[in-house]
Design a protein around this ligand. Structure first.
Ligand SMILES: O=P(O)(O)OP(=O)(O)OP(=O)(O)OC[C@H]1O[C@@H](n2cnc3c(O)ncnc32)[C@H](O)[C@@H]1O
Ligand SMILES: [Mg+2]
Length: 217
């Protein structure tokens, strides 16, 4: 949070890769919202890390947005996302961040998955990044919390070796359909233009705009 500015929107995530992408997805898209001074992340807002007890991306994104809106009194947006591998029936899915048993250890998660898929031939290496983007508007007196969820997906194939240094998480091993580079070889703007997160949050933008219009500036 910048000194002196009043926060209006909180990003209910502790993932630094997501935070970078979310700030760029919001920049210039919400009238009157200064992304550099009026948007805070969960840690800066003093919001707790939320236990993800849901069994779908949508449930978990709503749990995070709802808890952080309640804790801060601010409009909150959350992202629950992951990698769904065709031959694994959609796994790691909601367990993507903790696939190796160590939450948020991107390298261990990616290496475990690559090992599990070492015998899978190229024609069966389809996978998709999936994102549920949730909005929660804190309850005013006598009203319920308002909530919205939107979705986005990015389909591609899994490479055999990590490639590229951009992005985060499983980006070095997912090559989007129709591209010849991994997500980690795309620029941030190129990834946001096609990504699961870009699609989900662009769909959520009208709800974010409407929610902030009804909140005191
Ligand atoms: O719950 P928060 O605090 O938002 O942070 P998190 O890292 O735990 O986030 P998730 O529970 O949504 O788990 C998402 C995992 O899926 C992977 N993932 C999601 N989006 C990705 C992307 O754009 N590129 C690469 N990997 C991604 C990545 O490993 C993340 O850790
Ligand atoms: Mg998480």
């Amino acid at each position: 949070m910048s000194d002196g500015a009043t926060p209006r929107l909180v990003l209910a995530t502790h993932n630094k890769g997501k935070l970078r992408e979310l700030r760029e997805l919001l920049r210039g898209q919400v009238p009157g919202l200064d992304v550099d001074t009026q948007v805070v992340d969960a840690a800066a807002a003093g919001a707790p890390d939320v236990v993800e007890t849901g069994v779908t991306f949508a449930e978990n994104s709503l749990l995070k947005a709802r808890a952080v809106a309640a804790a801060t009194g601010l409009v909150a947006i959350a992202d629950d996302s992951g990698l769904a591998v065709d031959v694994m029936g959609g796994a790691p899915g909601i367990f993507s961040a903790r696939w190796s048993g160590r939450h948020g250890d991107d390298e261990a998660n990616l290496n475990l998955l690559l090992g599990q898929l070492s015998d899978v031939p190229d024609q069966h290496r389809g996978a998709a990044f999936v994102c549920a983007a949730a909005l929660a508007v804190p309850a005013a007196d006598g009203e319920d919390t308002r909530e919205v969820v939107e979705y986005g997906q990015l389909e591609g194939v899994l490479l055999r070796e990590p490639r590229g240094a951009g992005g985060f998480g499983y980006d070095p091993i997912l090559q989007p359909a129709g591209h010849d580079r991994s997500c980690a070889e795309l620029s941030a703007a190129e990834k946001n233009a096609i990504s699961h997160r870009g699609k989900a949050f662009r769909a959520l933008l009208p709800s974010i705009v409407a929610a902030l219009e009804t909140q005191p500036a």
